[in-house]
Design a protein. Structure first.
Length: 184
């Protein structure tokens, strides 16, 4: 029996998921800030931070789209075992994960509706490493402005749009749809 799909989850799920949830909420509330996530050891090439986000946010009602090289039998089995989340197409995804290039085109993801803006996708963007800032951010959760890395333009017409969770190794940051981006 292949033990890979059942290994790599939280050793102390209540505590680790609570700590991870708090860190994810913090970076969503403070765009451009970095936090460290620990707990998951997902199959390669998924990062610790991305795996921890999936274990924290996904359940049997969370459709996940795996883009590019992340769409592998090992990762599908790992997600199924640890969360019960179904793997789905981009247009039905609640969470989509991949590199920025693999997640394109972005217009295939749900951006919410006027009645239900919360019914949009959140993209978990795997960066590989934490890149240098290339943009200036303003908006809710930012005192004046902050320099941060943004992988590229995304569809947003607040309250509609896509939220981004950026992961690199154990590091995570976020770019909610309410954040205004000005590229350097």
């Amino acid at each position: 029996m292949d033990m890979q799909p059942i290994s790599g989850g939280f050793a102390d799920a209540p505590r680790q998921s609570a700590l991870a949830f708090r860190a994810i909420i913090d970076v969503m509330s403070r765009p451009g800030q970095l936090a460290t996530l620990q707990g998951a050891t997902p199959p390669a090439p998924l990062s610790v931070a991305a795996g921890t986000v999936i274990l924290t946010l996904a359940d049997a009602n969370t459709g996940i789209h795996l883009a590019g090289d992340l769409d592998s039998p090992a990762l599908r089995q790992w997600i199924a075992f640890h969360t019960g989340a179904p793997i789905t197409t981009a247009d039905r995804a609640d969470l989509a994960i991949g590199t920025w290039a693999d997640l394109h085109p972005l217009d295939r993801y749900r951006t919410g509706t006027a009645e239900y803006p919360d019914r949009s996708a959140t993209l978990i963007v795997e960066l590989g490493e934490t890149p240098a800032p290339n943009a200036s951010l303003t908006g809710p959760g930012i005192k004046d402005r902050i320099a941060a890395f943004v992988p590229g333009a995304r569809p947003t017409s607040f309250p509609l749009g896509l939220d981004l969770i950026l992961t690199a190794g154990a590091q995570v940051s976020a770019l909610p749809r309410s954040t205004q981006v000005e590229f350097a």
